[in-house]
Every structure is written in C-alpha cells, then in structure tokens.
Design a protein around this ligand. Structure first.
Ligand code: XMP
Length: 349
C-alpha cells in the first residue's frame, strides 16, 4: 500500500516537474510572440551592464578566472577580459579529468582570443584526493576541495583578490534544491570562499544556458565555444562510477571520443559515455573474461533542467557499441540509457 502511494507521489512529482518546465517555456514563447520586450533577454544590454559592473567591482585590481574551456567559464573569462584586459589571467587547471585533447584546445583558444593565461598541472594532486572514494557526493566534495585549494594557490601566487567563475542559473537552482551540489556554487553549500583567501565574481549567475550561448555569439567567440556541448566542472570524475583512477579515466576518455565522433551530426544537447563500477562477463579473443561496462547517454534538452533520452538511430548505437568494445580492450558490454530527466539526472553522479 505504502509502495503504491510512493509510486503515485513519484508520478505526480514527475508530471508537475515536466508540466512546470513546459508551461514556463510556453509562457515565455507567448510573451516573446506578443513582443513583451521587458521580459526578453537583451544580449547587448547584458554585456554593457556587465562590463560596467565588473569594472566597478574590480577597479584597478588584478583578477584570475577559472577557465575550463566550457561555454560558461569561457564566456565569463572573456567578458571580464573585455572589461579589464591585461588585469585578468585565465587559469586552466589540468586535473587529469578532461576530455581527449582538451587542455591543448583550451590553452590555444585563450591564446587566440588574446587572453593572458596560465596552465596549472594538478593531475597528481587530484588523483590523490580520489583514492579510496566511491560515494558520489564524497567524490564531488573531494573534487571541490582540491579545486578551490589549487585555485586559491594560483590566486595567492598571482596576488589577486577576486576569482571569476562561470556559474549559471541552473547550477544555483539545482544546488539550492539539493538535487546535487554543483562545485561552483559556494555560498549555497556553506563554503566561504574568503576561507580560501579570495572573493568570487560570477557575472553570469542570472543566465540560463541558451542566454550564455547568445552572449558568446555576440562577443564573437568561435563556434567551438559558443556551441560547445555542456561539460561538468568535475569533468570525467562524474562519469567514472566508483573510484576515480588514471586508468579508469583513460577508459571513459576513449569511450567519450568514440561517442562524440559517432554522434557529431545529431545536434543533441549532451552525448557521452559512463564507466560503471561493476563488471560483467564477456568474451574477448575467444575466451570468457570479466570486463568493464560502459553506458552511452545522449540527451536532448534546452537548459539541462529537464532532458529527454534521444531516440538515436539503431545503426549508430550498434556502431558505437562495436567500436567501444573493440577499441577498448577491457570493455565487454555497452549499454544505452533510455531514461529522461526526471526521474534521472543527466550525469550519473
Ligand atoms: P544533472 O546531472 O544534474 O546535470 O542533470 C545538469 C547539467 O549540469 C551539468 N553538471 C554540472 N556542471 N558542475 C558543473 O559545472 C557540476 O558539478 C555538475 N553536475 C552536473 C551536467 O553535465 C548537465 O549539463
């Protein structure tokens, strides 16, 4: 009986969530159609106001930005660069959890944009804090602690008072609702950044992802940035279920390359691979082996608040499964995730 009530509650909860999101979009659409200028996002105005506010906050002071190369942090970095020029130094922390070729891509992009930047190799320190940790929230906490310590060290070395972060509205909402603690929302999770020796500047915390992309286009950032697929701050650590080790990250990194290559044309919101913590029996080179399981997740979404599992053409899924199990020696099984958000989240952890 109790189980029955719980199921009904979950169904109602899921319906309300979906209907509310759809209603919000519909109301917005009607407003825009009716020419409700007041509620429309004005990109130029946002940029102008932000530049003035950033200059007022920072004055002549130097500032660093934590730039991972994702659309949010790159837009935040470039916005502040536009406001204060050489007083900004973009810091890219290589935590060993980035996708294939990402560190090189980010450093090159910053150079092309004329942003002063610094590469911090922190791979060893990050893998150290993950040792023995398998719980999702514990891993997030470990990542966050290490991230802010590394950033704090860079801030001290650069003698800055402020750090720029690309926090957006969805990060704030999900953290406040307690769905999960986003690593870049500090005050809501009871972290006082001043404890790490600096203050935080978040110029985009009132924007949703589509608005961030509009700002990116208006600022003239390259397509590889403005249309970049969202990628979480804690990176591949969220996609390695269980302990995060260099070897396990290497498996998910390789699977990610395959998923991204095979799904390039789909235009979906996020396409990625996840390495499971348990193992399964399979056959490799004619012998039974106990190997890894990888799940492929491909979702459509507008703002990451809700998402739909993509109905990917079957031949693409088969090709992905074949490549992942052939090109990654330890993987014996490849699955496709059919779940929407809610009840799932986009990431597994
Ligand atoms: P979930 O998994 O909560 O993800 O449905 C919603 C969106 O947020 C991304 N995500 C994160 N981004 N730090 C981030 O910067 C995080 O800790 C984090 N967790 C999830 C996720 O990839 C999706 O786009």
């Amino acid at each position: 009986m109790l189980l029955g009530h719980l199921s009904i509650c979950r169904i109602i909860e899921s319906l309300v969530f979906n209907v509310t999101a759809k209603l919000k979009r519909l109301v917005n659409h009607i407003r825009i159609s009716l020419g409700d200028k007041k509620n429309m996002f004005n990109t130029k105005e946002f940029i102008e106001t932000s530049l003035t506010e950033i200059r007022k906050t920072l004055g002549q002071g130097r500032v660093i930005s934590a730039c991972s190369g994702g659309v949010d942090s790159t837009v935040a970095t470039f916005l502040v660069h536009k406001a204060v020029g050489e007083n900004l130094i973009a810091v890219f922390i290589d935590d060993g959890l980035r996708r294939e070729g990402e560190p090189e891509f980010v450093m090159q992009t910053l150079k092309n944009l004329g942003v002063k930047s610094r590469y911090v190799d922190a791979k060893k320190e990050f893998f150290e804090v993950f040792k023995g940790k398998t719980d999702a929230e514990e891993k997030r906490k470990a990542f966050r602690e290490r991230f802010y310590r590394t950033l704090g060290k860079a801030a001290k070395e650069e003698k800055v008072e402020f750090i720029v972060q690309g926090t957006i509205k969805a990060d704030v909402i999900e953290t406040v609702k307690g769905i999960k603690s986003q690593h870049n929302v500090l005050s809501q999770i009871g972290i006082n950044p001043e404890k790490y020796g600096y203050k935080i500047l978040e110029p985009m915390r009132e924007l949703f992802k589509p608005e961030v992309r509009k700002v990116a286009r208006e600022l003239g950032l390259p397509k590889e940035i403005s249309e970049r697929m969202p990628f979480p701050g804690p990176a591949l650590s969220l996609r390695v279920l269980g302990e995060v080790t260099p070897e396990r990250v290497a498996i998910v990194r390789k699977a990610t390359v395959i998923v991204e290559e095979e799904t390039k044309g789909l235009g979906t919101f996020q396409n990625f691979a996840v390495l499971h913590n348990d193992m399964a029996t399979g056959i490799k080179v004619g012998a039974r082996v106990y190997g890894n399981i990888v799940t492929v997740r491909i979702v459509e979404s507008e703002d990451a608040v809700t998402a739909k599992a993509k109905q990917v053409p079957y031949n693409i899924l088969v090709r992905i499964a074949k490549r992942i199990t052939e090109e990654i020696p330890t993987v014996v099984r490849c699955l496709y995730d059919l779940t929407d958000k809610p009840p799932s989240t986009i990431e597994f952890e």
